[in-house]
Design a binder for this molecule. Structure first.
Ligand SMILES: Cc1cc2nc3c(=O)[nH]c(=O)nc-3n(C[C@H](O)[C@H](O)[C@H](O)COP(=O)(O)OP(=O)(O)OC[C@H]3O[C@@H](n4cnc5c(N)ncnc54)[C@H](O)[C@@H]3O)c2cc1C
Length: 456
């Protein structure tokens, strides 16, 4: 290694996105560590963490993920309370809409996900059912659990902007939006107060014994840090850091996109929750469009049946006008070192799909307003779409990665759990299944294979 100033720390965290920042924060504030290095070659929070839709929910088909996100949401709420509502948390919920009259499989997955907790799942089958509609008021006043609306008149009354064929709505209540950027900033400020600042450098090589010898490059030249332990929180690049330690991590990167634009015609009322159309669909194209798509190998798949999951929500302030639409239908892995595969068809595709749930959105098809923002980022994912948080095979190395489409909402718990692993402290019961050790648990892996990936 080149001759450069050597710095010695207890823990080096590689990556200053939502996740790495949270690991460093909990190492410092919860575990009392002071000799922590937080390293990133980009400005903090500028890569995947800058693309987040900033939504959160405690809805999952498995109780481990429910416990994980419940823990994370509680930690966010603590910070929001302590910081004078700096996270701007809203709790309008997630409204999952379907044309199915009574989706028994989804209802039983709610019972499984909420682990049979009494009163958490409330079915409403009559038009006069007592159901508290969505509101964008303070999160502390919002209900918990989930309301399942199984009556069309009840749905019409509470979701008048939804298409008339919607026959059931599952309203997840501990869910909403928050500012992931503010969460990151809050933690960075606390770290700075404790003397921990982001070091702007790229990790190029790591020698692993006896301590970790980390070789980095920066504008100022070569740098070295030695660390007793390291945390790999490099987002879409966790495999690169793994490879530096001779490990092949089972993580791939799948590019997902969103659009946001000014909803001048008020197609989505401002008090609507984050709404998801659960049903798959065939997109409606005219003959000319069909022919064009059929002739383009990259776009041909848009003629085939598309999965459910298109989602929409009002963006920003309640008196604002912007809305945000997304659809994580891409399943193809890509190389995060290559140019971002932003698909020029995406704005039109997501708009057509979303207008099946919100028919008023159809007015924008073919005339999307100027000022449209179209962007994307990588979901770093395992095959089963659970994160990897815990020890790596290399002694003293830890991983906090593969947080897919839920890393903003799960950052606090991922940070707290990974800090505990790295400090040798006990971790919550749910956390063991989120470490790489689960891959040796054949029964759990078979269960997860049954559940499917469910990425939003
Ligand atoms: C379109 C989209 C929408 C999303 N919506 C939501 C949502 O609504 N809710 C939600 O909870 N989550 C959402 N997510 C997911 C969430 O954004 C991510 O899970 C989260 O931001 C991942 O954070 P991270 O810190 O792991 O990765 P990143 O933010 O990518 O941070 C990793 C950092 O590591 C650094 N790094 C990598 N290699 C090196 C190296 N060799 N040397 C130094 N530094 C290095 C990078 O520069 C980067 O800054 C969304 C993601 C996308 C793409």
């Amino acid at each position: 290694m080149s001759a450069a100033a050597i710095d010695q720390v207890e823990v080096a965290v590689i990556g200053a996105g939502s996740v790495g920042i949270a690991v460093a924060y909990y190492l410092v504030v919860e575990r009392g560590r002071r000799r922590v290095a937080l390293i990133d070659c980009r400005p903090a929070m500028s890569f995947t963490s800058a693309r987040s839709g900033e939504n959160y929910r405690n809805w999952w088909p498995h109780p481990v993920m429910t416990a994980f996100t419940d823990h994370s949401i509680s930690l966010m709420e603590q910070i929001d309370r302590a910081s004078g509502s700096r996270l701007d948390m809203t709790r309008g919920g997630y409204a999952l809409a379907s044309r199915r009259e009574r989706p028994e499989d989804l209802i039983s997955s709610l019972y499984r996900g909420y682990d049979g907790a009494p009163g958490q799942v409330r079915l409403h089958e009559s038009a006069a059912a007592e159901y508290r509609p969505s509101q964008r008021g303070p999160w502390a006043d919002a209900p918990d659990g989930v309301d399942v609306l199984l009556n069309r008149a009840l749905i019409r009354r509470n979701f008048p902007s939804f298409a008339r064929d919607v026959a059931s709505v599952i309203h997840i209540r501990r869910a909403g939006s928050f500012s992931a950027q503010q969460l990151g900033q809050f933690m960075l400020e606390a770290l700075a107060e404790a003397g921990v600042r982001v070091r702007r450098a790229e990790v190029r090589a790591i020698a692993a014994a006896p301590a970790f010898d980390i070789e980095m490059t920066s504008e100022g030249g070569a740098q070295r840090v030695t660390a007793e332990r390291i945390v790999n929180a490099a987002g879409p690049f966790v495999r690169d850091i793994g490879a530096m330690l001779g490990e092949d991590l089972p993580v791939r990167c799948v590019y997902q996109q969103k659009i946001s634009f000014e909803d001048r015609s008020g197609a989505i009322p401002r008090d609507m929750p984050f709404a998801i159309d659960l049903d798959g669909q065939h997109l409606a194209w005219n003959d000319e469009e069909r022919e064009l798509l059929a002739g383009d190998p990259a776009a041909r798949r848009l003629l085939e049946p598309m999965p459910g999951g298109v989602h929409c929500r009002p963006d920003g302030r309640v008196d604002g006008t912007r809305i945000k639409l997304g659809w994580a239908y891409n399943a193809q892995a890509s190389d995060p070192h290559a140019e971002e595969p932003l698909d020029p068809n995406f704005p039109d595709v997501v708009l057509r799909a979303a207008s099946r749930l919100y028919p008023a959105l159809a007015a924008y098809v073919g005339r999307l307003p100027r000022g449209l923002h179209h962007y994307g980022g990588y979901y770093a994912m395992t095959e089963e779409n659970w994160p990897l948080i815990g020890p790596m095979r290399t002694t003293g190395a830890f991983l906090a990665g593969a947080l897919s489409g839920f890393g903003s909402m799960a950052a606090c718990a991922a940070g707290s759990v990974c800090a505990s692993w790295a400090a040798g402290s006990p971790v919550p019961d749910y956390a063991k299944a989120l470490s790489g050790a689960r891959h040796a648990d054949a029964a759990l892996m078979a269960e997860l294979a049954q559940l499917g990936k469910g990425s939003l």
